[in-house]
Structures are given as C-alpha cells and as structure tokens.
Design a protein around this ligand. Sequence first.
Ligand SMILES: *Cc1c(COP(=O)(O)O)cnc(C)c1O
Length: 362
Amino acid sequence: MSAHRIYNFSAGPAVLPVPVLEEAQRDLLALPGVGMSVMEISHRSKPFDEIIHTAEANLRRLGSVPDAYKVLFLQGGASMQFSSVPLNLLTAGATGDYILTGDWSKKALKEAKKVGATAVAASTEDGGFKRIPAQSELTLTPGAAYVHMTSNNTIFGTEYAYVPETGDVPLVNDASSDIFSRPIDVSKFGLIYAGAQKNLGPSGVTLVIVREDLLARSADSLPSMLNYKTMAGAGSLYNTPPVFGIYILGLVLKWMLAQGGLEAIATVNDRKAKTLYDELDRTEFWRPHAEPGSRSAMNVTFRLPTEELEKQFVKEATAAGFDGLKGHRSVGGLRVSIYNAFPEAGVNALVEFMREFERRNG
Ligand SMILES: *Cc1c(COP(=O)(O)O)cnc(C)c1O
C-alpha cells in the first residue's frame, strides 16, 4: 500500500519517479544478494563497483556520450562547478566568456571572476531575463578558454532552443535543470555539468561530463577535490563518493531507459509544456514571463493580474493538492516545474484547476 502523494511542482530538489522510490524502499534494508543497505557498504566493494559502473554505462547509453568524454560523479552541487570550471579550464592569459541568462549564470560568472579574466558574451538582464540571446547577439572573445552557458534558467523559465556555435572554443553548459529532458548532442560541448536534484536524482551528487583532452588543463596545484584530472583518474572514487545519491541516480537512469530513452521522454515533456503554455496563451488573465522561442519545457513561469490573486492562487492550489507553485522572488508570481518525473496527469489536473480559477476570478 503506497502512501498518498500529492502533485509536487518543486523547482528542486524535485519529484522522483515512483518506481525509483519504491525500489529504493524495497531494497533499503538489504540490497538483493548483499544483505546490507547501499549506505553501509564500502565504496570500493564489489556491489558498489557494480552500481557506479552500471550507472555510468546507462548514462552513456541514454545520452549517447562519446568515448572521448569522461563521466564524473562529484559533490558540492552545481554551485561548486561555478568554481571548478574556471579553476580547471581558465588558463592563464585566456578569457572565460559568459552568456548571462539568469541568476545562475550570474553566480557562475561571479566565481569565475575570482579565478581569472572573464567577459560577458551577452546578457538579457535588461529585459528581465525573459529570453535567450540569439547566436547573432553573442560577442565571443577570439581564443577564449571557454564559453559558459546555462541551458535552462530555472528561476526565469527560459531555455535555449539551439546550441551556440563557438568554433574551436569549448562550450561549457550548466544543464542542472534540463539535463536529459530531451536528446542532447554531447559532442557539441566541452563540458556539461548538473546538480542531480532536478532531473537526475537526489541532491548531493553532481554530474560532470568532460571532454578528455580538456583534462590536460587541470594544474597539479589545484586542490585535489576540485581537480577534474584527479577525479577522472580515480573514476570518481578519489574519496568516498555520495553513494546513496549515485545509487538513486542509477535507478533514475534505468527508469529513463525504460521510458524509451530521451526521445520518448522529450515527447512527453513537450506535451506537458504545450498543455501549460496553451492555457497561458488562451487568455490575458495569465501573463507568461518567458518570450515565445525562449520558453522552458521544465519551469513554466507566469504572473497573474495582481499579487493578491497570485497569493490566492497559491493558497487554493496548495489546498487542492498542488504543491510548490510559488515563483522565485526575483520573478514573483507562479512557477510550475515539470521535470521528467512529473506525471502528465498532474499537468492536466493543474490546467483544469487554472481554468476554474480564471473563470471565478478573471
Ligand atoms: C539549481 C541550480 C543550480 C544550483 O545547484 P546546486 O546543486 O544547489 O549548487 C545551478 N544552476 C542551475 C541552472 C540550477 O537550476
């Protein structure tokens, strides 16, 4: 008998697939054939070796990750990567280019500035981060160390509909909130990183996919824990990794493969997003934040005619079993986060609720 679960629209940590939670619950006291829980065994034991290698193999299969890329399971969240990226990749005398599309990219730039030379390749802050800049708006530094982008802007609800062309300069992507929500051509990136807690698993594990040749830039003088070359050389087992997080991540990847992979997941995600945006475009009552063409399929942000109505909406929605809808303070209004694991039925139910709310208050 499973517990009653409400519709969880949290931006992160976020909803996980029910079959994943059920399997973890079933095997929590003892992994089959092991007799101990995953949290109680050595990270160098055979059972854990199997868990981390299966997770990596499934991740490579799911994302069609080329052999020339290393897959790392690290700690410290995406925020640690804001420092690790420039520490490893921002070579002396070179510039790190940053495309600013929201709070997270600004934070990434802030950390890079502490390490070396940076430049802003484009920013849409003037317009309130309502859109993603076009390729033609990017001012790229010739010979830059890398170009940093944020593929999905969790707070503002915008998402790239294209992959920037950066020539020979490695493209670094903070994909924390849209990783594996649709097919991704890893070969277009030098490095991709993501905190797991939105689309991949629980907080505490951070995924880094890095092109092998870039590891040559990691200086031996770096703190070992922040050194990609050290972590890659140790197969993410330089020290005790986040074993439980990697275990759950492995179950989520298995679930994603069972859904039919990224194409199939993207089809459902697109349908969920379209249902919501169609409702937002149906009447002037809703005021979507992101511009068409830049709209996120993961975080749908919008305002209502007044703050009072927004408060009322959140209150009534919460009472009706829709949790986590309050928007981030820098946008206000509402934010509907519909990551991979969020059920389509929940989106349909929310839209029903929205129609009824608009009918009563519009
Ligand atoms: C949530 C988020 C972060 C921060 O992740 P932490 O793991 O909490 O450090 C960074 N970037 C994006 C795009 C995010 O959505």
